[in-house]
Design a binder for this molecule. Structure first.
Ligand code: NAD
Ligand code: ZN
Length: 238
């Protein structure tokens, strides 16, 4: 079998077994916060310190977590695919860096990255692992107080959509894993793949909101279901 081009979409569930709570799961982080207050432009404009504090807590807690078997398996797939003439596009909704830490080399973060900051005034993006505060200034424009996390908030446009749709249109297989299918635009990728005639599959703990749109589905914990699928794909590709 030819390796082909695979478009992979991952969501919060892939990091759940690493200890990062998902968006909607019971007992999750998001039950403890009002999303509108901490993850929207309106919330930031109303109370920037509170929003910076929320992401400082996230950033500090992410340092201790480690990639799990699902992240490692996707990195292994990427490494195995190129020598076989195939191509993997890994597009994640996650703002953590566990895919990179597992060894994935090319990751599209459509919802941004917790390890980067962006200047609200001039748009300059830099890597940063320290706490953000209103006392900090932008290295590019010098303005004080405008540094925000480089994450996409509710009501903001996801990043790299042109690259994403180009890769999606050219794919031979679309695989969605560990995402609820509730957050658009990512939730719309399966319909786009279908209308382009691309086979679709989901690997999730339980059927996602748009489970009916997938040709194939596998249900189980990401740390088991994803490595099992990757092992099969590598074996098939020979
Ligand atoms: P979601 O919380 O809406 O859905 C998580 C999905 O993962 C659910 O379908 C759930 O059944 C599944 N899941 C839970 N545990 C799993 C496991 N062990 N194995 C396999 N699947 C499992 O998350 P989403 O669809 O990614 O969308 C929510 C938004 O929240 C995204 O925009 C994302 O950026 C953001 N978010 C990111 C992180 C992160 O960066 N780690 C964490 C929470 C939320
Ligand atoms: Zn600036």
């Amino acid at each position: 079998m030819q390796a082909g081009k695979i478009f992979l979409l991952t969501g919060a569930g892939i990091s759940a077994e690493s200890g990062l709570s998902t968006f909607r799961d019971k007992g999750g982080l998001w039950e403890q916060y009002n999303i509108e207050e901490v993850a929207s432009l309106r919330g930031y404009e109303a109370n920037p310190s509170k929003v910076l504090e929320f992401y400082n807590l996230r950033r500090n807690s992410h340092g201790d977590v480690k990639p799990n078997a699902a992240h490692f398996a996707l990195a292994e797939l990427e490494a195995a695919w190129a020598p076989r003439g195939g191509e993997i596009t890994l597009c994640t909704q996650n703002i953590d860096n566990l895919h990179e830490r597992a060894g994935s080399r090319r990751v599209i973060h459509m919802h941004g990255e917790l390890g980067k900051v962006r200047c609200h005034d001039c748009g300059d993006i830099t890597a940063a692992d320290g706490d953000l505060s209103l006392a900090l200034g932008c290295a590019a424009c010098g303005r004080i107080g405008g540094l925000r996390p480089h994450v996409v908030w509710f009501g903001e446009a996801p990043l790299e959509m042109d690259a994403i749709f180009e890769a999606l249109a050219g794919a031979d297989l679309f695989v969605s894993t560990a995402t609820s299918g509730a957050v658009y635009r990512a939730a719309g990728f399966v319909a786009a793949a279908r209308s382009a005639g691309i086979p679709t599959m989901e690997i999730n703990l339980e059927p996602s909101d748009n489970a009916g749109l997938f040709d194939l589905a596998r249900y189980g914990k990401a740390s088991e279901a994803v490595p099992a699928w990757v092992a099969e794909m590598i074996k098939l590709a020979g």
